[in-house]
Ligand binder design. Structure first.
Ligand SMILES: *Cc1c(COP(=O)(O)O)cnc(C)c1O
Length: 473
């Protein structure tokens, strides 16, 4: 493809994306295809002869699009949002065009220096103390694994890196029962194992029970285990609960344990000064992450990972073969701060987003989502046949349909059926969750294009669909 041909196709692609943004509400939110339906449309092997790009683009619309779940649809209330704001998409186009691998300073000084500055901007934007330095990761899962590996090596005085884990003894780690599955994964990969992960129950406030945490650590130490880290969550994925950082941090300090904070979703809300209650005590944390690729308008992938002591990362991850040596000594090489060598130039989209919206724009979007959730929570509370199962947190609601006179058992099946029908309708998309053992509908408001009337329509849809189920009382 010549640059001239590229120009022609790129204009078509840019037009397509703009049209998509304009007309996204035409599409069903969740893909309506059956398993295997898209695969059946694809030839079993690659073409031998080159194909015309115009045909490939046509097939993108014909074959691929029907199997797309539209995360940018304003009626996307499932999981957490993955917002691809227009400025962020522009930056991704440029990033793809540059095709930079930002592994070292030298492989693109601008990528490294912009990343450093963007992490300073983000740190200030969310009110983290100045001691934290940051880097960009591809996912919260990767950043958490980085934290667990660093914590493990610090406990072992870097003997794990040198000799492996033989002789390391029983390693343990601590997180709340509501912690994300990425924590279980990191614990496995780090060689601590499922059996070494202590899941601490929640107290009435929704925080991990710090008394139980303290006792679990003391018990493990008395039994000769080596506690590695505590992982606190701000805004759990299922219910949106918050660990009390000050109390958890006090326990971490007492036992000299690494404290990692997973604020993947809720961290974006820290751009609002009135939400900073959740990081009270964060100065006791060793590492902290949140995902601008969720609620902060930066398209997937972009995780902000902050640490108090970058040297601990470098000691854990730096390996320097001859071909990576360079003359510069006064520079940061982010390859030494994490797992992959090759790194995408993700700082560019943060720069575009932060400049295009400013803190004011980000704050007004997030506070409007929180208000929409509050309005919906009020409506749910007023409806006689619905109930909220946990107090609303930020823009996350967990509730269920509960027509009078129905027993607990049939309520689970009823809500299951309701959720299936809602998601199948293509008019809105929600996730299921269990709250205190009860099957519930989870509504996460945070999509960039979502406005009040979308939430009002979603509520009307939920009520209509629920009543259409005609439960046999
Ligand atoms: C979404 C989420 C994650 C996982 O994020 P990835 O970037 O997809 O790895 C981890 N923790 C919490 C609390 C989350 O909500």
């Amino acid at each position: 493809m010549t640059p001239e041909e590229f120009r022609r196709h790129a204009h078509r692609v840019a037009d397509w994306i703009a049209d998509y943004m304009e007309s996204i509400e035409r599409y069903p939110v969740r893909a309506q295809t059956r398993p295997g339906e898209i695969a059946d449309e694809l030839p079993p092997g690659p073409p031998t002869a080159p194909e015309d790009m115009a045909r490939v683009l046509d097939d993108f619309e014909q074959v691929i699009l029907p199997g797309i779940t539209h995360w940018q649809h304003p009626n996307f209330f499932a999981y957490f949002p993955a917002n691809a704001s227009p400025p962020s998409v522009l930056a991704e186009m440029l990033t793809a065009g540059l095709g930079v691998n930002a592994m070292n300073w030298e492989t693109s000084p601008a990528a490294t220096e912009l990343e450093t500055r963007m992490m300073e901007w983000l740190r200030a934007a969310i009110g983290l103390p100045e001691g934290f330095a940051g880097t960009v990761h591809g996912s919260a899962s990767e950043a958490t694994l980085t934290a667990v590996l660093t914590a493990r090596e610090r406990v072992l005085d870097w003997a794990g890196n040198a000799h492996g884990l033989d002789g390391a003894g029983r390693l343990t780690a601590y997180a709340s029962q509501e912690a994300h599955s990425s924590i279980d994964k990191a614990i496995r990969i780090a060689g601590i194992g499922d059996e070494g992960l202590r899941k601490i129950p929640l107290d009435e406030s929704g925080s991990m029970d710090t008394g139980a945490l303290d006792r679990a650590i003391a018990r493990d130490m008395a039994a000769g285990a080596r506690p590695v880290c505590i992982i606190a969550t701000l805004g759990t994925t299922g219910l949106g609960t918050f660990d009390d950082l000050r109390r958890v941090g006090t326990v971490a300090r007492r036992h000299k344990l690494w404290l990692h904070v997973d604020a993947a979703w809720a961290g974006a809300a820290l751009v609002l000064p009135e939400q900073r209650w959740m990081i009270d005590g964060v100065e006791q944390a060793d590492s902290f992450l949140f995902n601008p690729h969720k609620w902060l308008l930066t398209n997937f992938d972009c995780t902000a990972y902050f640490v108090q002591d970058p040297q601990a990362l470098v000691r854990t991850f730096s390996i320097l073969p001859e071909y990576l040596k360079s003359a510069e000594e006064q520079v940061i090489n982010y390859r030494d701060w994490g797992i992959p060598l090759g790194r995408r130039f993700r700082a560019l989209k943060l720069w575009f987003v932060l400049r295009a919206y400013g803190l004011e724009g980000l704050r007004s979007m997030i506070s409007s989502h929180i208000e929409m959730a509050q309005t919906l929570a009020d409506r749910i509370e007023q409806a006689e046949d619905f109930e909220l199962l946990v107090p609303p947190r930020l823009a996350l609601l967990v509730f269920r349909y509960r027509p009078k006179g129905m027993g607990e058992k049939s309520l689970d099946a009823l809500n299951e059926a309701l959720l299936a029908r809602l998601n199948k309708s293509g008019r809105a998309y929600f996730t299921r969750v269990r709250a205190g053992g009860r099957l519930a509908i989870r509504v996460s408001i945070g999509q960039y294009w979502t406005q009040d009337h979308h939430v009002a329509a979603a509520w009307a849809l939920i009520r209509e669909t629920a009543r259409g189920l005609r439960p046999e009382v």
